[in-house]
Ligand binder design. Structure first.
Ligand SMILES: [Mn+2]
Length: 304
């Protein structure tokens, strides 16, 4: 993996979130030395700096969506930036920002895959299914809707971001670590047949078996995208997120998850989202995220 070229792209906004503070995520990851730690692995890493977009007006939802037009602006910027990096043959790492930005990044990744005849697989590491729609959302926060939007269920401005709708299909997703799904969402993910490995399954089968299943079929023609919502992790080790849900993967389980993804050699794009320094203690969650991302890029205890 020594000849990889990685681009870091900051998207400092909390426009789709229910708490302020994820806008500070990119800087916290930089302070935790993300670039230097990846460079030390022999990877060519360029930090492209931050994208720009509207400030968070902190308004109530309208017709089921909070800040829709600003969410669209941010996602358009993310979409263009990620698509540009992929076109250069680089591996984009989107530093969020809240999880609504995955609409832009994955729409770009899906377009790139179509154009290069690659199979897309998205690993959605999260406490939540993020499959809400305007009709069923309890909050209107769009960070709870990206997977539905990517599957064509959502406002036209977001579902058609890449020109064609839907951006991708439910069968590309493997959701891991899920432990909080809203009532209406439960029905939708079942109808859409999203493949979800919830915490119960991780408890019963173990992370190893779950990751083997989630990575089944990944081959040389696969573009593997990881959408890493930091609230995937147990809040005991990762307090720096807006929406903590107890009972997530512990440190060893999270490391194994990342190492097994690295072993495929197919990681081709990454989102790191929902890191919220306003809830963190001494940047520990950012440091942990960087630690895990190092494993994702192939750091291991021994030469294997
Ligand atoms: Mn999420």
């Amino acid at each position: 993996m020594g000849n990889q070229a990685v681009s870091l792209i900051g998207a400092p906004t909390d426009i789709g979130a229910g708490h302020r503070g994820a806008s500070m995520g990119p800087e916290a990851l930089r302070v935790a030395n993300l670039q230097a730690r990846l460079k030390a692995r022999g990877i060519d890493v360029v930090d492209r700096g931050n994208l720009q977009g509207p400030l968070n007006p902190w308004e109530p939802p309208r017709e089921g969506y909070r800040h829709l037009s600003a969410v669209v602006d941010w996602n358009r910027a993310v979409y263009e930036a990620i698509y540009g990096e992929l076109s250069l043959g680089r591996l984009p790492v989107m530093l969020g920002g809240d999880h609504c930005l995955a609409i832009g990044s994955i729409t770009a990744v899906a377009r790139h895959c179509r154009e290069h005849h690659k199979k897309l697989r998205v690993l959605w590491l999260d406490a939540h299914a993020d499959f809400n729609t305007a009709q069923i959302t309890p909050s209107g926060n769009i960070h709870g809707m990206p997977v539905a939007c990517l599957c064509g269920m959502g406002p036209e401005e977001l579902t058609t971001l890449g020109g064609s709708k839907p951006a991708t299909a439910p069968d590309v997703f493997r959701q891991i670590g899920i432990r909080s799904v809203d009532e209406g969402e439960k029905r939708l993910v079942r109808e859409a047949r999203v493949s979800i490995f919830d915490m119960r399954q991780i408890d019963e089968s173990g992370m190893k078996r779950v990751m083997e299943e989630a990575l089944e079929g990944v081959d040389a023609d696969t573009h593997l995208h990881v959408s890493f919502d930091v609230d995937f992790l147990d809040p005991a080790i990762a307090p720096g997120v807006g929406t903590t849900v107890r009972g997530g993967p512990n440190y060893r389980e999270a490391q194994l998850c990342m190492e097994m993804i690295a072993d495929t050699g197919r990681l081709a794009s990454l989102d790191i989202v929902e890191l919220n320094p306003a809830f963190d203690k001494r940047n520990q969650t950012a440091k942990l995220a960087v630690d895990l991302v190092e494993s994702l890029f192939g750091k291991s205890t021994l030469i294997r």
